[in-house]
Design a protein around this ligand. Structure first.
Ligand code: 5GP
Ligand code: MN
Length: 347
């Protein structure tokens, strides 16, 4: 396969049939599909793999779902084919007749699986909606304007004329709904609602999906959030910073996936324009989530990239080495110094 870049630009290209058809042709060509999404899987990542997995199955393909997480979070276990998820740390990317498909990964390291390299002649397809995607695969379908990877798959399935069954519609709706924060974030467009309307007509029950994804918090989850809320620190009146240590997870009995929604909750604080949530896992791996809104001196994506991470304009993240206290200090200092730099420039 020759190196090829398919960039699905702005929403005006929403129905660019040529690009979508090329992606669907590649998928048709390979009998074996191996699908990955990013580590610390979220609703869009899990929904996209589930949807594409089921399409592949209906097309008679041999499909495998691999991921670096130990297991799928319980909230996504209702998704079609979620029982096929296989935890995997490394892989030989040279099986014959096999297409390796990365979903919702802005770079291949996000999948967290050793063995992939952009230099190798690996049959690979990358479908993603992060504007900072590194176009690491042989075929790259990237649309930074799409609300979610699920929205891109929806367009792809329509272009390929592949039947969207009720269970596929549920998977696509899960990604659309979670990545738009329930149709309220700034990545929500009229196209998102039109897609949702179509998915509802295909049998999706929004209240059922909402209950499955959102209405499943545990007392442990609440205890974890309480610790994060107790520690919120406000800097320069517009920044909110909080953290969770490895001990917090152990002592409350909460899971890492219980942090979903916490950065967005910090953003509901009055006057806050930028929120930082820092997490330490048991193995001393530290990461942070960044969120920004209109009025912030810098956007979350830009801030994350300066710290070696990435993501979207208003929702981004990064990973760090060092102790939790060092990382908290580093982020707080960077936040305030960058803010004062910006205010100097604006004076
Ligand atoms: P979250 O804060 O919900 O984990 O992630 C928000 C967004 O930032 C997601 O789109 C996610 O893919 C991206 N993101 C989170 N952590 C990282 C990271 O370490 N590196 C990169 N490149 N993106 C990240
Ligand atoms: Mn996504």
């Amino acid at each position: 396969m020759t190196q090829e870049i398919i960039t699905l630009k702005k929403m005006t290209n929403l129905f660019n049939q040529d690009n979508l058809l090329s992606a669907s042709e590649i998928l048709k060509k390979f009998q074996n599909w191996v699908i990955f999404a990013h580590k610390k899987i979220d609703g869009d990542a899990a929904g996209s793999v589930s949807a594409l997995f089921t399409i592949g199955q209906n097309l008679g393909k041999k499909v495998t779902w691999l991921g670096a997480d130990k297991d799928l979070p319980i909230s996504y276990k209702f998704l079609a084919n979620s029982d096929k998820f296989i935890s995997c740390e490394s892989l030989n990317f040279n099986e014959p007749e096999t297409l390796y498909i990365f979903l919702d990964c802005s770079n291949y390291e996000r999948a967290g699986i050793e063995g992939f390299s952009r230099d190798k002649n690996i049959n690979s397809l990358n479908i993603d909606h992060h504007e900072d995607n590194t176009l690491f695969a042989q075929i790259n379908c990237v649309d930074g304007q799409a609300s979610s990877t699920c929205e891109m798959l929806y367009r792809l399935f329509k272009a390929g004329n592949w039947q969207i069954t009720r269970e596929i519609a549920e998977s696509l709706y899960t990604g659309l709904c979670t990545d738009t924060g329930g149709f309220i974030f700034s990545n929500t467009h009229s196209e998102s609602h039109l897609m949702a309307a179509d998915l509802l007509s295909l049998g999706v029950d929004p209240s059922r999906i909402n209950n499955l994804i959102m209405k499943n918090k545990t007392p442990e989850n609440f205890k974890l959030w309480a610790r994060a809320f107790e520690r919120v620190k406000i800097l320069d009146k517009i920044f909110a910073v909080s953290y969770l240590s490895a001990n917090d997870f152990t002592e409350t009995g909460a899971e890492f996936s219980d942090t979903t929604g916490l950065p967005a909750a910090l953003m509901t604080l009055r006057d806050i324009k930028f929120a930082v949530m820092i997490y330490e896992y048991t193995n001393k791996e530290i990461s942070a989530s960044f969120r920004s809104c209109e009025g912030s001196p810098f956007c979350a994506g830009e801030f994350a990239r300066l710290l070696g991470g990435g993501g979207h304009e208003r929702a981004a993240g990064a990973s760090f080495d060092g102790s939790l206290n060092e990382v908290i200090d580093k982020i707080e200092n960077f936040l305030t110094s960058k803010y004062h730099e910006c205010s100097c420039i604006n004076k």
